[in-house]
Write a protein that binds this ligand. Structure first.
Ligand SMILES: [Zn+2]
Ligand SMILES: [Zn+2]
Length: 153
């Protein structure tokens, strides 16, 4: 999966006329293997350890480019504060964002598809994708640590 993603992203860049520079490849490789949701600073720190000459502007531009080409997804933490993850084909999941510590938790169950057909019928609009992020407090940040079930969704 990871190698296929890397190859597809490389082809995508080349097809759009972008050169496969070392830093671009390093960013793609790092994100393909990343399980979390890093922000620009984290990506920059990681890539700089391999490519000491790289500037944060290059990281910004590359990440923007990968977003534009559909290889990445951005998660909004707060206004102007984004985290990134690989946009795996066919992967459907959403995020819970903790307003306390900024942790991002993935969840896969979503009922939107159940109602989307009805919405399409009523509005005569063809829905191609949807974004759902929920904001709140994680278990560690809850005051008094109210107990919620941690059963896997
Ligand atoms: Zn938290
Ligand atoms: Zn969904």
């Amino acid at each position: 999966m990871k190698e296929i993603y890397i190859e597809t992203a490389k082809e995508g860049l080349q097809r759009q006329g972008y050169k496969l520079t070392g830093p671009r490849l390093a960013i793609i490789r790092y994100l393909a293997g990343e399980k979390g949701h890093p922000d620009i600073r984290q990506i920059f720190t990681r890539i700089r350890s391999e490519h000491p000459g790289i500037g944060i502007a290059t990281v910004y531009r590359t990440v923007d480019l990968l977003l534009e080409l559909g290889f990445l997804r951005a998660i909004t933490i707060k206004k102007n504060q984004l985290r990134y993850e690989v946009n795996w084909p066919g992967d459907h999941h959403h995020h819970l964002v903790c307003k306390g510590c900024g942790r991002v938790i993935e969840f896969g169950s979503c009922n939107f598809q159940l109602i989307s057909k009805e919405i399409e019928k009523v509005t005569r609009f063809r829905i191609e994708e949807h974004i759902l992020e929920a904001y709140g407090l994680c278990h560690d940040c809850l005051p008094g640590k109210q107990h919620y079930s941690t059963e896997k969704m």
